[in-house]
Design a protein around this ligand. Structure first.
Ligand code: CAA
Length: 288
């Protein structure tokens, strides 16, 4: 059952959630009102929903900042081991908020601090699964790609349509789509802005699972729950090493992996995992 005790719905539809900067282990909760997202927890899994349906969850600055704050809050919360980020049945997110950007100049875009928010998302340590239904376009696709895995409903529509409004992807699309799909496909999709479906996204390796639309969130939640049952430090160091594969040479990457591997031999969970195997019992992982 989802636990909502720490996330109180207010009369005006806003939600109170724990503070974004809460350090792991701190006992106090700071009430932070969210206006553009909804958050809940289900055991060790947190669910963050974009909640701006009137704009197809377009990523306005306030919305994106709330997403970063909520995800950082869960990243620092020892009780949470995996996060699902989702939208609604019509849209995961239809991109950056075009109305917010339309009148901006280059220096204003530079100094809005939006790049820093994307960097905060990139630095999250816990696994994040995007559950995508409907439109997943432009910055929406970039948000899904900054997550660690994408579970898609079969009706999901992906794309980088920025070219159609005179710009290019500005939050990682040219890089992450190219890493995921290869140069030729990324080039075609970004230069034409052509939307593509969940089947094509799956075939190209962008998404990990395609399920019926109505099963998307449950599937992502089940995947998150499965990962939440694994030793948290090993999960985080595996994520860390996998992401390094995009930055490092194979030699540097193998060295990096080895260091994370050795580091886990300092963890209680490694002792527990191996002891449980030898004693033929289920392990109990504590994240230490
Ligand atoms: N920004 C702001 N508002 C948006 C939006 C966006 N990206 N996408 C949709 N909306 C708004 C619409 O303006 C509309 O609002 P109003 O009712 O007030 O007019 C509402 O959401 C519903 O949208 P539509 O009426 O357009 O719905 P539709 O079903 O006819 O079309 C759509 C859906 C094809 C997704 C269409 O809305 C669309 O093309 N949206 C823009 C997609 C896009 O270009 N995204 C990239 C943005 S740039 C970017 O993301 C840069 C980056 O890399 C960071």
């Amino acid at each position: 059952m989802p636990e909502r005790a720490r996330y109180t719905a207010l009369d005006n539809g806003r939600v109170l959630a724990h503070g974004a900067g809460k350090a792991a282990g701190e006992g106090t909760m700071t009430a932070v009102p969210y206006q553009h997202i909804l958050v809940e927890t289900d055991g060790a899994v947190a669910i963050v929903r974009l909640n701006r349906p009137q704009a197809l969850n377009a990523l306005s600055n306030p919305l994106l900042r709330e997403v970063a704050a909520a995800l950082e809050g869960f990243d620092a919360d020892d009780a949470i081991r995996a996060v699902v980020l989702t939208g609604d049945e019509r849209a995961f997110a239809a991109g950056a908020d075009i109305k917010e950007m339309a009148g901006a100049g280059a220096i204003e875009m530079l100094t809005r601090g939006r790049a820093e928010v994307w960097e905060r998302l990139r630095k999250l340590r816990k696994p994040i699964i995007a559950a995508v239904n409907g439109y997943c376009l432009g910055g929406g696709n970039e948000l899904a790609m900054v997550c660690d895995m994408i579970v898609a409903g079969e009706g999901a529509r992906f794309g980088q349509p920025e070219i159609n409004i005179g710009i290019i992807p500005g939050a990682g699309g040219t890089q992450r789509l190219t890493h995921a799909l290869g140069k030729a496909r990324a080039m075609e999709l970004i230069l034409t802005g052509r939307p593509f479906g969940a089947g094509e996204a799956f075939a190209a390796g962008l998404v990990t699972r395609v399920v019926p639309d109505e099963a998307c969130l449950d599937e992502a939640r089940a995947l998150a729950r499965e990962i939440a049952g694994k030793p948290p430090l090993a999960v985080q160091l595996a994520k860390d090493a996998i992401l390094k594969a995009f930055d490092l040479s194979i030699e540097q990457g193998l060295d990096y992996e080895r260091r994370n591997f050795f580091l886990l031999f300092a963890s209680e969970d490694m002792r527990e995992g191996m002891a449980a195997f030898i004693e033929k019992r289920k392990p109990h992982f504590v994240g230490k």
